[in-house]
Design a protein around this ligand. Structure first.
Ligand code: ADP
Ligand code: ADP
Length: 229
């Protein structure tokens, strides 16, 4: 079934120097379990699109539905987001960082902790649960950030250039890791990337955007190698 449905969605930022059209009539449907990559030059509205899906920004025109609910309403907890920098809290250990989306709302239960430890195990960080972020490499921190995004079992995983700040080798390793996580969980995911090879490797579908104003100019299926297990 369809998880995300955008219908002629617009986003205009009002700034001191005038309006900036970031998204202009985005119409897009994403099925449950689908992995979609969004590519396009700087300024074409990729991050804005993710922020609207994450309810960090509000759209200014058109309409959108996520999981049966109108975008813009109170939908906190529906999405998990991974940013370019891991943004782990340095004074908390890795386990507490992963549990943060839960503990911001309520006291973590034994099951929450077990779920967080399970995610850390999935990305090979079991031994690092009690370490502080600075004791981990950049790639490991980003793996922990992925666990944090998944801990509240979001319906949608948003990845904004998650490996852009990492070296090529670590980036390749993490791509393999994300591909494995997706094959195991079939979590619906939207990935922003500047790397076409990364998009083609990870996604079943690549959406190409163009700037000024932000529009979708191509929507390309990538069936090769994406057979479901
Ligand atoms: P991308 O992620 O593809 O680089 P963005 O979504 O960041 O694109 O930006 C799309 C357009 O919106 C750009 O012209 C950018 O300058 C503008 N923009 C993004 N965020 C803001 C903001 N908070 N205020 C004003 N303009 C913004
Ligand atoms: P990645 O960050 O993708 O795991 P790295 O090359 O940074 O790749 O690390 C390779 C391996 O070395 C890690 O998987 C981990 O087992 C180990 N490692 C890296 N940094 C540390 C550290 N600070 N403490 C302990 N082990 C580490």
């Amino acid at each position: 079934s369809t998880l995300v449905e955008l219908d002629r969605l617009d986003k205009v930022y009002a700034t001191g120097t005038g309006d900036v059209v970031a998204l202009d009539g985005i119409t897009l449907a994403i099925d449950e379990g689908e992995f979609v990559a969004v590519v396009g030059p700087s300024g074409c509205g990729k991050t804005t699109l993710l922020k609207i899906l994450a309810n960090i920004e509000q759209h200014t025109g058109g309409a959108g539905i996520l999981g049966g609910k109108e975008l813009g309403g109170n939908r906190s907890g529906d999405v998990g987001m991974v940013f370019q920098k891991a943004t782990l809290l340095p004074w908390l250990d890795i386990l507490a960082n992963v549990l943060l989306p839960v503990t911001l709302k309520r006291r973590a239960t034994r099951q929450d902790t077990a779920a967080a430890l399970g995610l850390l195990e999935m990305v090979g960080l079991s031994e690092f649960a009690r370490k502080r972020p600075h004791e981990l490499s950049g790639g490991m921190q980003q793996r922990a950030a992925i666990c944090r995004a998944l801990v509240h079992e979001p319906s949608l995983l948003l990845l904004d250039e998650p490996f852009g700040a990492l070296d090529a080798m670590t980036r390749d390793q993490l791509n393999v890791e994300v591909n494995r996580i997706w094959r195991e969980t079939h979590k619906t995911a939207v990935l922003i990337t500047h790397s076409i090879p990364e998009a083609v490797f990870l996604a079943e579908r690549v959406i190409v955007m163009s700037p000024r104003p932000g529009r979708i100019i191509a929507d390309i299926p990538i069936p090769f190698g994406k057979e479901r297990t």
